[in-house]
Design a protein. Structure first.
Ligand SMILES: [Zn+2]
Length: 176
């Protein structure tokens, strides 16, 4: 996973897909498999692509990187439990069955979503319209705490902020 610690500076030199942070830890830059050569004292990350798994109708998990009124830009990271790395986009017309004026009323940067693939090429076009699809995990835009689903809304238990998303039935944090 990007950011995951792989080694300490003294153990191994980071090659492709790895870097040294300010504390001297070697961390991964990409999704992939860690390759640690103890004899050569080198560590690198072999990128995992697996994009052949992505087809129209495939359900993927993706991280929202940026959102405008009309388009959201995502990084697809998982297909059926397999690590992948591919770009996805969601058009405002694919966010909800209700009329959505801006995509920002449905998804926001930093959200994790479950989505269905509509096409066969990069960037993959995704839809989150169906009840099982949509945001599965989101964090408060004020304080960064997890947002909890309560009826139609997402509520921050830390600062009381209330936000709106097109959530999936599989949303992770549910208010008790
Ligand atoms: Zn908050």
């Amino acid at each position: 996973m990007p950011g995951e610690p792989l080694a300490v500076e003294e153990e191994a030199l980071p090659l492709q897909g790895a870097y040294i942070d300010e504390k001297g830890l070697v961390r991964s830059q990409v999704f992939g498999l860690k390759v640690f050569d103890r004899y050569k004292k080198q560590v690198y990350v072999r990128q995992v692509k697996n994009i052949e798994l992505i087809k129209p109708g495939t359900i993927v998990e993706a991280y929202v990187e940026a959102v405008t009124d009309e388009l959201a830009f995502l990084k697809i990271y998982s297909v059926e439990g397999q690590r992948v790395e591919a770009s996805g986009i969601i058009h405002v017309s694919q966010a909800s069955n209700e009329f959505t004026q801006s995509l920002l009323g449905a998804i926001r940067p930093g959200d994790f979503v479950k989505a269905k693939v509509l096409n066969n090429s990069i960037p993959y076009q995704l839809t989150i319209k169906e009840p099982g699809l949509g945001v599965i995990e989101a964090y408060c835009s004020v304080c960064g705490s997890p947002l909890y689903k309560s009826n139609d809304k997402l509520v921050c238990n830390t600062c009381g902020n209330i936000e709106k998303r097109k959530t999936s039935l599989n949303y992770i944090h549910v208010s008790r």
